[in-house]
Ligand binder design. Structure first.
Ligand code: LLP
Length: 385
């Protein structure tokens, strides 16, 4: 909970804006990297979660690499000073110019998601006179037990190449002389809270890696993606995700010999470090008796509730009222789904009060839009308050 003193300072900034807890980000990175180094695991930050320049500078200080999902994300990472040799690039639909750029930059691997893409990378690598390192993104057909909107590794998903297709195309893949398959990649979904899912994932990966090796692929690394979830219900109880538990599961169950093991964490690195601060514009009650609080943020600053029905904890950080009421918190956008939450218990909330929408550091700002010609939200950092 933000102190009264900080809440008072926040009144000086134009709302809505993202407030980033820089100290928490550092603690999170320290926790992550100290445990990862014990196992010699390689960590990439999934830059799609948040590409705020200040946060990227901090993340880079900890020696983390990058996982990107577009040419522009790759450019952003390079401009922020990340080492291309620590960057991987996945995505089902890479444009020619994006692939050309990735080839030029000499990144660690292009994670290819279709046989056609492998052919295209091979062709463009040939044009550039290079042999390009790629990883095969395999669809492992695993249910990650998360919101269906954000699972990515089930058989019917658009992501990855089906294992059967890889098996049927082995000779074809091997005939491509301008690419070298050096890795195997999977990412099964996001906001995974049932950690036993990672055990199933390891079992699948073990079998796939063993078979690919037998088929003659010389894999140097296995990239098991991201997906570790955070506690949206009670963020204060778990400000830093349980990296130790995930790594212990992976260590115990992943059997990939001397190959290096890579992770691509997004949400678990930045999710709890950001919150969206918004001001109450109006109160009104519907004919059905629903008490609405209309705030100056909307789905244009944080789309997760409207898009996936996601929950974010909301608090009033300035009200001094004792009595609490139940409110529906709605945004300014011209969309009926622009509702942050219903039945939220808050102290009596009035025009001018500041609310915080918590756990918004990941997929908040990076998914912001200008719908209704809204301005993009600003950013405030805890260490400059
Ligand atoms: N690697 C790949 C290939 C990915 O597609 C993703 C996320 C990650 C890593 C990072 O996953 P994380 O550690 O953040 O779970 N906008 C949605 C989440 C979409 C995730 C897309 N891919 C949300 O707000 O919940």
């Amino acid at each position: 909970m933000l102190s009264r003193q900080i809440a008072a300072k926040l009144q000086e900034y134009e709302t809505p804006f993202y407030l980033y807890d820089v100290a928490l980000l550092r603690q999170t990175l320290e926790s992550l990297m100290s445990i990862a180094s014990k196992y010699d695991y390689k960590i990439h930050y999934a830059i799609k979660a948040n590409y705020d320049a200040r946060l990227l500078q901090i993340i880079r200080e900890y020696g983390v690499g990058i996982d990107c999902a577009s040419g522009n994300e790759l450019r952003c990472a390079i401009e922020a000073g990340f080492d291309p040799k620590q960057i991987v690039y996945a995505g089902v639909g890479k444009r020619d110019k994006e692939i050309r750029y990735a080839i030029e930059q000499g990144i660690l691997a292009i994670n290819c998601e279709s046989i056609e893409e492998l052919h295209l990378v091979n062709e463009l690598a040939g044009e550039a006179g290079r042999v390009v390192s790629v990883a095969l993104r395999v669809n492992p057909d695993i249910d990650p037990k998360t919101n269906h909107c954000i699972d990515t590794g089930q058989a019917d998903s658009k992501f990855g190449i089906s294992y059967e297709e890889i098996l049927s195309q082995v000779d074809d893949i091997k005939s491509l002389m301008n690419i070298q398959v050096i890795g195997m990649h999977i990412h099964i979904g996001s906001q995974i809270r049932e950690l036993h899912v990672f055990e199933n994932m390891c079992n699948k990966v073990n079998a796939i890696v063993a078979n690919l090796t037998q088929l003659g692929f010389e894999l140097e690394f296995v990239d098991v993606g991201g997906g570790l979830g955070i506690n949206y219900d009670m963020p204060e109880n778990e400000p830093i995700p349980n990296f130790a538990s995930v790594f212990a599961i992976i260590k115990q169950h992943l059997k990939v010999g001397a190959r290096s093991v890579h992770f691509e964490f997004g949400r678990s690195i930045v999710g709890q470090c950001g919150e969206l601060i918004t001001k109450v514009l109006f109160n009104k009650t519907t004919a059905t008796g629903r008490r609405l609080v209309i705030v100056d943020a909307s789905m244009t600053e944080l789309i997760r509730p409207a898009l996936y029905g996601s929950y974010h904890n909301i608090e009033n950080i300035t009200s001094e009222e004792e009595q609490r009421l139940k409110y529906t918190i709605v945004g300014t956008a011209c969309e009926s789904t622009d509702v942050f939450d219903e039945n939220v218990s808050l102290p009596i909330t009035k025009r001018g009060d500041l609310l915080t929408i918590k756990s918004a550091g990941a997929y908040g700002m990076s998914m912001a839009s200008c719908y209704n010609q809204h301005d993009l939200p600003g950013a405030v950092y805890s260490d400059t308050l």
